[in-house]
Design a protein around this ligand. Structure first.
Ligand code: FES
Length: 122
């Protein structure tokens, strides 16, 4: 049912955890289940130097959070804002139809964390 990349990122999620004194952070709750992504970013020279997250959710949500952090680390903030759930799912080798909704949590949390960062700037 799941691709090799999904199984890998589920078994070994990258960049999990939290950042002490993050530059931006956000929480996204799934409207459908009790799923949640808490995501934090550290910004350096206009780029995402570090992304950490905690995720409560299914295999697809965990793998998508992991892949979002991998794809977005090192990007400029505008590049990261352009990252779509479809790109995350594609990088994971695809997700089953019914699981695409789970892949929106992390990119949405990333967008909100960047907005939080920008709102904090003087
Ligand atoms: S996160 Fe709830 S089913 Fe995937």
């Amino acid at each position: 049912m799941y691709s090799a990349a999904v199984r890998d990122h589920f078994a070994n999620p990258r960049n999990t955890g939290s950042i002490e004194q993050p530059d931006g952070q956000a929480r996204v709750d799934s409207p459908v289940h009790n799923d949640r992504v808490d995501l934090m970013i550290r910004v350096q020279d206009g780029r995402l130097a570090e992304i950490k997250y905690r995720v409560l959710g299914c295999v697809a949500a965990i793998a998508s959070s992991s892949m979002t952090s991998v794809l977005a680390t090192g990007l400029t903030l505008d590049e990261a804002l352009a990252l779509t759930p479809e790109q995350v799912a594609e990088a994971l080798g695809g997700l089953p139809e019914g699981k695409l909704a789970c892949s929106v949590l992390a990119p949405e949390a990333l967008r909100l964390a960047i907005a939080d960062y920008r709102a904090r700037q003087p």
